[in-house]
Write a protein that binds this ligand. Sequence first.
Ligand code: CMC
Length: 519
Amino acid sequence: MPESDSPVDTTATTVAEIMSTPVVTTGPDATIATAAEQMRHRKVGSVVIVDDGRPIGILTERDLVRIAAAGADASSDPVGEWMTPDPDWVARGASVSDAFMSLAEHGYRHIPVVDDKQLVGIVSMRDLMRIAQIQPAENLAHEIPKGLEGVVVAETVIGDVRGLEGFSHYRQYSAVDLAERRTLEDVWYLMFDRELPTLAERDAFIDEIRPLREIPGDVADALPTLARLGGDAPPLDMLRTTYSLFATSLAFAPSLDVPAAELRQQALRTCAVIPTLLMALYRLRNGREPVAPHPDLSYAANYLYMLTGETPPPEHARAVEQYLISTIDHGFNSSTFTARVITSTGADLGSAIVGAIGALSGPLHGGAPGRALDMLDSIGTLDNAEPWLRDAVARGDRLMGFGHRVYKTDDPRSTMLRGVAERLGGDKVELAKAIEAKAIEVLTELKPGRKLYTNVEFYAGIVMDTCGVPREMFTPTFASSRAIGWCAHVLEQAADNRLIRPSAQYVGPPPPQPVPDPA
Ligand code: CMC
């Protein structure tokens, strides 16, 4: 391998001079788990599958992500079923620039090197770039799975989701256990301050956030006008606009310039005021005066109180609280990622939350619970379930409240909320359970292998509906709890920041084309 500080002549250098050898290989009958362990142990990104010394396939780290996402059994599935068969290869005498072109054109990251059909080495895109300094990293962009599925973009100590197991956690605790055993204020404290509070810390925290629920006077004055804007604009859009006004009114400075303690204070104010803004806008929209926050009620009870002006039954407050806790955070979901990207630019916390609200508003993310309940209403009776669901899936529609990017088994939040819905009772629960079972049957039959199960949104709608939350407020309620997760991520990103700035693969007509004169 040539050793030089300056780029090598890529046309004169052969791959034989830079290839890695010996190659990590296995046979087609080895299990995925064995191949993954070989990669981990030898610190390489691929294993070449050989038969009598000839490369007959290749398995890469990217394949492992795909395999995990598909829910394959790594301990028994053979590599031969998942490898890319008949991989392209380069001859050992090929030039480095030819090898690079082959990798870049086909979107490979690794390419076997062959001599007289026998595997003699392997070259990776990373090796070529490092050694020859030939192309910028943008040429790797097309290696990334669409939708960034499975791509790790940051380290976090806030929490994670294990999709194959059906498990999610905040810090070191199961999210569902927290929802079963703790208050929302406790979990909020955990998300911001890394530990569950003692009883004294809980009281001090509640005292700290109580006054922060109030809407600042200037913003409160503007609410009636804001509530009139936009006709039937969804309440989440109203929140996006109004929260932006709130952040501006408090002059949130760029996070890059704000000390950590001040940023935490902004985050607390944000999470405390969002329920008040939401309910004030909702009531004004419906011709009623806003209800001021009740200083003695918990977050969840106060949420319902500001909706109706009446102290809610404790079982309703607790059910909503459990829903809220279970949706505070969920790995690098789209809105959380959005908040972190915006924070990474050094922008203010208000901008990060406005962006996150926008990302959450989409039906593929936070916009589903109202639609899930619409679906139940539209199905109406159990007899109608099967034909309705079949028609919908056959048409290419998505069943709202089913499927998840990460979960390939039951979403633990949906299992918990099914229990909450059963505890609350009500006329919709039994029908919902029967429709859920039918939907899984239909999805399993019509979308085989996709592993589509019930997600958090399906029973969220039932729980909130039973507790008196209007359908149009389902997604805003989700935003209210998720704001705590967003803010925890903003604080974490700001504390150890690097600009998030990925690349894209240009796939348009080859530039530069001559610029035509106007015709
Ligand atoms: N109903 C019917 N088919 C579905 C569904 C569904 N709910 N979800 C996925 N599929 C199919 C999809 O049509 C595709 O089929 P094919 O291979 O034939 O093209 C296949 O499954 C894979 O779909 P995908 O879009 O690549 O999967 P994804 O990981 O990008 O999508 C999802 C995840 C949540 C966007 C999707 O499952 C979905 O649209 N669900 C309905 C909306 C919903 O309930 N959203 C709330 C998500 S949970 C709350 C949150 O985390 O924000």
